[in-house]
Write a protein that binds this ligand. Sequence first.
Ligand code: NI
Length: 290
Amino acid sequence: MSEVSAPVWRSRQAISNHVLTPAQVEAFGRDGYHFPLPAFSPAEIQRYRDTLEGFERRVGGSLTGQLRNKPHLLFTWADEMVRHPAILDAVEDVLGPDLLVWSSSFFTKEARDPGYVSWHQDSTYWGLSEPDVVTAWIAFSDSVVENGCMRVIPGTHRFDQLPHKDTFAQNNMLTRGQEVMVDVDPQQAIDIELQPGQFSLHHVRVVHGSEPNPSGRRRIGFAVRYVPTYVRQTAGPRDSAMLVRGTDRYHHFDPEPRPKVDFGDHEQATHRRITEEAVRILYRGTDKVT
Ligand code: NI
């Protein structure tokens, strides 16, 4: 593994310290993660959870397939979450003032769910031009060791892109079941434990994963992927994203429309078109299409 110089984003953007102190921003640069940060009060996050679970009951189960992805194009409440000031202020502290939501996904583990996430770097198949991508992982439920919280290996984002192999393993929650092809020492892992309404930040190249949920309760996380506007998609003709703060002077992404009503016909059609395009990028080079 070759270690590259520290991530470059600090030199590309004006520095803010809305939420993270200079020492915390420096620690993020060194370690590749930061947590916990507050966004929603227990009552607020419970309202979002009730809304999500009400919808799940109507469609007969937890969000599956492409419904899991980019829900902020389908639901006004998810759109509201991805642009919550507490989250954007923290993301701005590490990525600068001009921010797009490139994607978002629910990572839900049911009670006694065998689903797990193998050790991986998010950057592997995303096709983005630079590793200046930060995920805000929002806890809808608690997310702790007991129910399979995310774990990270500190400092691994300072390695370049590492080779991965596709396993398409049955209970693997990743698109290709991709797994980093270097030995990971789980002793070094940090458990990203969060309470409902809190979130964590992690760098697109930090090696992370999670265990199954053997507990009797659901674990629900909502991962939102932010990029500064100067990042480009390199793997396809055009990609799309949603501006949530500042100005887009680059226009590298087609702008995505905000949902006006929850799960409306227009919203569903837009979401389908956009997620089908994203699938072509994520599964390129394989024969998998869903
Ligand atoms: Ni990941």
